[in-house]
Write a protein that binds this ligand. Structure first.
Ligand SMILES: Cc1cc2nc3c(=O)[nH]c(=O)nc-3n(C[C@H](O)[C@H](O)[C@H](O)COP(=O)(O)OP(=O)(O)OC[C@H]3O[C@@H](n4cnc5c(N)ncnc54)[C@H](O)[C@@H]3O)c2cc1C
Ligand SMILES: *[C@@H]1O[C@H](CO)[C@@H](O)[C@H](O)[C@H]1NC(C)=O
Ligand SMILES: *[C@@H]1O[C@H](CO)[C@@H](O)[C@H](O)[C@H]1NC(C)=O
Ligand SMILES: *[C@@H]1O[C@H](CO)[C@@H](O)[C@H](O)[C@H]1NC(C)=O
Ligand SMILES: *[C@H]1O[C@H](CO)[C@@H](O)[C@H](O)[C@@H]1NC(C)=O
Length: 517
């Protein structure tokens, strides 16, 4: 391989680009990160950080910082015709499944500020006012044409390039990659307001009335909240003329909300699209550059962050010679399948929510407010809902990088979370550390212990507690090889190291304690 001055050029410093930079640098990769804007966006946009994201943030010491600056949504209320018709408690909706069993509200501007501060602390310098214009993949390296802050052009050489540059991705365009999908006819709006009324109680509210659906999300500042909503009639065709008053007044009246001040109002067209490929040669597409969907379910930003973490350990392994380039296509296999499914699901939810037929209207106004709280009061249904929305249900069972099964736990699954009596948990082994590790619930075999010692893979043994572990599907004395992104690579009932060795050989991986060392 040609010795390039830089391992990865990251284009775009939104949440996706910042997380990719942080995770790569923490694994010893040399990155350069540029953004064409002069500063981070200061608007709230994506407001929910899901449980899976909070779990993965432990790898980089970000979880506590986020928890300190946002708040869990306490409940969700469904309004019809000016009154609350249904209420879903959310404070412990995922209890027992994750350390973060709630929907966590953290506006994107505050979230990005946390990421920027951490990047700075790690010595990452985001080069602003610097725009990617074009790129050429030479097979052994990539050259990128940049417009520098002084307006001059510069050619930069890098081993890999990652397009984290949002829905209008210049990287995707330079690769001539199609962004397959469509735009919805509806026009969305978002507004950050200050005001008063029954909705300002730290809970979320959804008005499902016939015309203008509107949602209210609390901020931690008393009297502040975020409104999202949409319009779908002739007003859609002249978005520049719209104001919060013209789009939301009816719905806002129904919620009995009094608005004192509008701090931000913006309209946007929503698309559902997935890029043809997430990887081509030495270039990768990550986050909104690779997939965009309706905001139903608040999945967009969280999915981009999952992409970045997924890609980072694979790139780091290849760059450090701990894996061959054959590992890289698994990024597209794992993440594109998930994105396609997500776009389909959010499309279905969105289309149902916004359908204009008489039946759809009845479902929204009469059936949903009764059925939704009822269904979510049933443990199994609630668990199903939470797994889906929080992204803890994602697995890679059928991909090449996962094998084996012990009971209900398969290679490719997220490791089930288990709390222990003294306030710690089995995810504590992930804190501030990105690398391969082995978990054993019960007793590790001597031969496994030796193997972990010689390969420098951390071994974590947990005293077996029948009532705690059995429920999650973990099997006593089995051995779990865990990838640097915390997914189970191999679930092995035998519990010696043989299956792990075969896995490494087949995937041509070299393990080491920390992916970067
Ligand atoms: C008005 C609005 C409301 C939204 N509301 C929600 C919501 O309620 N829920 C939800 O989940 N999501 C919402 N989203 C979407 C959410 O903001 C995105 O999913 C998220 O920001 C994606 O992060 P990203 O890092 O992939 O891309 P972005 O945040 O778009 O970041 C891309 C970055 O790349 C930079 N860039 C672009 N081109 C270049 C170039 N050629 N060279 C250098 N830099 C470049 C840009 O300046 C930008 O900083 C909303 C988006 C908008 C615009
Ligand atoms: C971008 O680079 C490609 C490949 O090197 C080249 O074919 C193309 O003409 C360039 N596009 C522009 C707009 O300069
Ligand atoms: C909402 O939460 C904030 C911050 O936690 C608190 O200051 C405020 O009093 C709460 N408001 C209500 C109505 O509970
Ligand atoms: C309590 O925590 C310690 C240290 O993390 C651990 O070794 C011990 O097994 C835990 N005790 C119980 C009862 O889980
Ligand atoms: C890959 O990337 C991230 C972290 O690994 C996850 O959020 C995704 O679900 C995907 N699977 C994994 C983990 O690799």
């Amino acid at each position: 391989m040609v010795a390039n001055p830089m391992d990865v050029l990251i284009v775009g410093a939104g949440p996706t680009g910042l997380i990719l930079a942080l995770f790569l640098v923490k694994q010893g990769v040399r990155v350069r990160i540029i953004d064409k804007m002069s500063m981070s966006a200061e608007t709230s946009r994506a407001t929910v950080v899901h449980a899976r994201t909070l779990e993965l943030y432990r790898l980089a010491g970000l979880t506590e910082k986020c928890l300190a600056q946002g708040q869990p949504a306490k409940a969700s209320n469904i309004w019809v015709a000016g009154a609350i018709k249904g209420r879903v408690p959310l404070a412990e909706v995922g209890k027992g499944l994750t350390p973060y069993p709630f929907l966590f509200v953290l506006p994107q501007d505050i979230h990005e500020r946390i990421l920027n501060e951490e990047a700075e602390r790690c010595g990452i310098n985001v080069e602003r006012n610097t725009e990617l214009l074009n790129l050429t993949d030479h097979g052994t390296h990539v050259t990128a044409e940049l417009r520098m802050p002084d307006g001059g052009k510069e050619t930069c050489t890098t081993s890999y390039i990652a397009g984290c540059d949002g829905a209008r991705s210049a990287v995707r365009n330079a690769l001539n990659m199609e962004f397959v999908g469509d735009a919805y006819h509806h026009l969305f709006y978002v507004a950050d307001i200050e005001g008063s009324g029954p909705c300002m109680n730290n809970e979320t509210h959804m008005n499902l009335d016939e015309a203008d659906i509107i949602g209210v999300f609390p901020y931690d500042k008393p009297g502040h909240c975020r409104l999202i909503g949409m319009v779908h009639d002739e007003r859609v065709d002249r978005p520049e003329a719209l104001t919060l008053d013209s789009v939301g007044s009816r719905a806002i009246d129904q919620l009995n909300m009094h608005i004192d001040k509008v701090n931000w109002f913006s309209t946007y067209r929503v698309h559902h699209r997935v890029a043809e490929h997430f990887a081509q040669g030495r270039a990768f597409l990550v986050g909104d550059a690779a997939h965009i969907h309706s905001p139903a379910g608040g999945q967009g930003m969280n999915t981009g962050i999952g992409d970045a973490i997924n890609l980072s350990w694979k790139l780091a392994s290849v760059i450090h010679g701990k894996a061959t380039a054959d590992l890289l296509p698994s990024y597209e296999t794992e993440r594109r399948a998930f994105a396609l499914k997500l776009v389909q699901t959010t499309d279905r939810v969105f289309t149902t929510l916004t359908a204009e037929s008489v039946v759809a209207g009845i479902v929204r106004r009469r059936v949903a407010p009764l059925i939704v709280p009822l269904v979510l009061s049933i443990g199994r249904a609630r668990e199903f809902f939470f797994r889906a929305v929080s992204q803890i249900g994602i697995n890679y069972r059928s991909t090449l990088l996962s094998e084996g099964a012990t009971g209900d736990v398969h290679g490719g699954d997220r490791l089930p979370w288990v709390a222990d009596a003294n306030g710690s948990d089995n995810f504590a082994s992930f804190d501030d550390r990105i690398g391969w590790q082995v978990h054993v619930y019960g007793l590790a075999k001597g031969i496994l212990r030796e193997w972990c010692g010689s390969t420098n893979v951390q071994l974590h043994e947990y005293e077996w507690h029948q009532d705690q572990y059995q429920r999650t599907g973990l099997v006593r004395d089995a051995a779990y090889l865990i990838r640097p992104d915390t997914y189970i690579a191999v679930a092995d009932l035998v519990g010696d190291a043989k299956a792990f060795e075969e896995y490494a050989e087949r995937n041509r991986l070299v393990f080491s304690g920390v992916a970067g060392s």
